[in-house]
Ligand binder design. Structure first.
Ligand SMILES: [Zn+2]
Ligand SMILES: [Zn+2]
Length: 122
């Protein structure tokens, strides 16, 4: 397997080169972790600080780790679920309640999000 090219660390003023996927050199791994956390909370904005990871686990378990998206349920297709989807998107006024959540396959989720972002169009 070819090595990835070395890239400069994303930390300000740091000139170390690294091959880490997170964009930071080994010395700045803590910064990378912070960055990831910041992204996670930004993504989770509007979720009122509820422990999303635990909700996610619960919903996945409830739905037996099978995708429950409209496409799959409509077609009777069985796909593994990796994520949890808001049936009514938060952007459309959906909530974090269990009955607005369902397990979804990553690809199905992507397709659905794409459809949604088109329909939201600003
Ligand atoms: Zn660094
Ligand atoms: Zn699906």
């Amino acid at each position: 397997m070819p090595l990835r090219p070395q890239r400069p660390c994303r930390a300000q003023g740091c000139r170390s080169l690294h091959r880490n996927a997170n964009g930071y050199c080994d010395g700045h791994a803590d910064l990378a972790a912070e960055q990831a956390k910041a992204w996670a909370t930004r993504k989770g904005s509007g979720r009122g600080g509820r422990p999303w990871r635990r909700i996610r686990e619960r919903i996945l378990k409830r739905d037996q780790y099978l995708c429950r998206c409209d496409d799959c349920t409509g077609l009777g297709r069985i796909r593994e679920a990796h994520e949890v989807d808001h049936i009514l998107a938060l952007a459309h006024g959906g909530t974090d309640d269990d009955d607005n959540l369902r397990a979804i396959n990553r690809d199905c989720h992507k397709a659905k999000t794409q459809r949604e972002s088109k329909s939201i169009k600003k």
